[in-house]
Write a protein that binds this ligand. Structure first.
Ligand code: GDG
Length: 455
């Protein structure tokens, strides 16, 4: 059996104790434990004379990382990936900053990825390419004669056809995707929107640009059991105990998100303000903790978002705080996973209201972390991929601050039996559809995909 070759923008970050952290490393842990693998990606280094590829081992996986020049980083990462594809695919067209030169650099950096992959590829290896940074990779490899099975998984949403068409290079990018054997999305609805753009019929097998390939929805999960155990064990740990002490008898509402435009943070703070305005009886009895570690600080409009949120948080507390109560604790720092798990478990309400999200793992982590005998309530955006699976959550339109305020009030007042019933349904889903199930399901489909060239 050949190796699994994972290609992603970033390679996992090594830490002394846990081996690797980072969403994808956690999601792939199960399949990486079962077979020899190679993982190729950017190591985070940006320099005029960047790091050449170098390799280290993480158990059965060889990890090859390399650096980028400032010019590559600007065009490929900050430019086309995060100032065009990310906002466009999350329906934030006003934030798109398209430049033809950035698309050229995006393709050049993909050529560099392809070179590094090809130098290490064996004939029976299976490639699994991750996310919007690397859409052109298979096309480059195919042009160089690579015939290996190649799969792609998009972690972010695929937009409606009309929205995708607003991208000047939409056709070229879609054509690039046709060079994979399997193009996976988080939900059936994203796959459907891609098929709609292609005009190719529903799938799973589609024909476009003279090629036949497969598409499908593969909802990503978490390691539910492990997360639940971590939440239960760390509940009485130092961070959990400190939070409990400082919260006292107040009902905790929690949000955990990278500081990102897609996460709907301004709308969420407006929703909480709305809840306070309409529910004076809750003043002094509720505590909203919003953890929002800064991300992509190098992209200009992320700095503007940060300023906006600083202002909103300050105004909310200025208006409602008392000498002994701060309604919102807004924090731009990250915490260890263990601490997060303990925090989720204490929260009566998990607030997950992205404007749009591929999946949203925080929603699943919140469900996994709850105490079975006294679970909290998940308030979830109907535009997160997770909404298709988590039928027990209170669904909200994240653009509607009134609805967010209402859902917080409803969640806080929810009768015990209803809380249990909703949580049970969601826990069963999250327990059945783990990260391991996702990865194995995707790879089995890729294995079976024919990937025949149509013409
Ligand atoms: C993309 C897609 C899709 C957050 N703050 C801290 C921290 N986190 C962890 C969370 C969670 C992860 O980061 C965030 O995952 P999400 O799924 O919520 O969102 P994205 O980062 O946007 O991920 C998304 C995902 O890819 C997977 O396919 O679900 O739709 O956008 O695990 O817990 N972790 C720690 N400290 C923090 O302060 N340790």
């Amino acid at each position: 059996m050949g190796r699994l070759v994972v290609v992603s923008n970033r390679i996992p970050v090594a830490t002394a104790r846990v081996g690797a952290t980072g969403g994808l490393a956690v999601a792939l842990a199960d399949v990486l434990a079962r077979q020899d693998a190679l993982w190729i990606g950017w190591n985070g280094d940006v320099a005029e004379d960047p790091d050449p590829p170098s390799s280290r081992r993480m158990r059965r996986t060889e990890i090859v990382g390399f650096g980028l020049t400032p010019q590559m980083h600007a065009g490929f990462y900050a430019g086309f990936s995060n100032a065009v594809l990310w906002p466009l695919f999350h329906y934030r067209l006003g934030l798109v900053e398209y430049r033809r030169e950035d698309y050229a650099v995006y393709n050049e950096v993909n050529e560099r990825f392809a070179r590094i992959v090809r130098e290490r590829l064996a004939p029976d290896d299976t490639l699994w390419v991750h996310d919007y940074h690397l859409i052109p990779l298979a096309r480059i490899l195919r042009r160089q004669g690579v015939t290996n099975r190649i799969g792609f998984f998009l972690h972010i949403p695929w937009p409606a056809a009309e929205v995708f068409r607003s991208l000047p290079v939409h056709r070229d990018l879609a054509e690039a995707l046709a060079h994979y054997d399997l193009v996976g999305f988080q939900t059936a609805s994203h796959a459907h929107q891609f098929a709609d753009y292609l005009g190719s019929g529903e799938g799973p097998s589609v024909e476009a640009f003279g090629r036949r390939f497969e598409i499908g929805g593969f909802p990503i999960g978490i390691d539910t059991q492990q997360f639940a155990e971590m939440a239960s064990k760390s509940a009485s740990g130092e961070a959990g105990a400190r939070l409990a002490e400082s919260t006292g008898n107040r009902a905790l509402v929690i949000g955990v998100d990278r500081l990102d435009h897609s996460k709907g943070l301004p709308n969420r703070i407006a929703g909480f303000a709305n809840f306070l305005a309409r529910n004076p009886d809750w003043h002094g009895r509720v505590q909203y903790l919003q953890i929002a570690p800064v991300s992509r600080g190098e992209v200009a409009n992320y700095r503007a978002l940060r300023r906006e949120l600083d202002g909103m948080a300050g105004r909310l507390n200025g208006k409602y705080a008392e000498f002994d109560w701060t309604p919102l604790r807004y924090i731009n720092r990250g915490y260890p996973r263990k601490a997060l798990a303990a925090f989720y478990r204490q929260a009566r309400i998990g607030l997950v209201t992205p404007l749009r999200d591929g999946m949203n793992l925080v929603a699943k982590e919140y469900v996994a972390a709850q105490q079975a005998s006294d679970p909290g309530v998940l308030v979830l955006s109907e535009f997160a991929g997770a909404a298709a699976e988590l039928s027990g959550a209170l669904k909200v339109n994240p653009y509607d601050a009134d609805a967010i305020g209402d859902a917080i009030a409803q969640g806080l007042a929810m009768p015990f039996e209803e809380r249990i019933a909703r949580w049970k349904a969601d826990y069963a889903t999250v327990e059945a559809n783990t990260a391991g199930v996702w990865a194995r399901g995707y790879l089995a489909t890729l294995e079976a995909a024919r990937g025949l060239i149509a013409a």
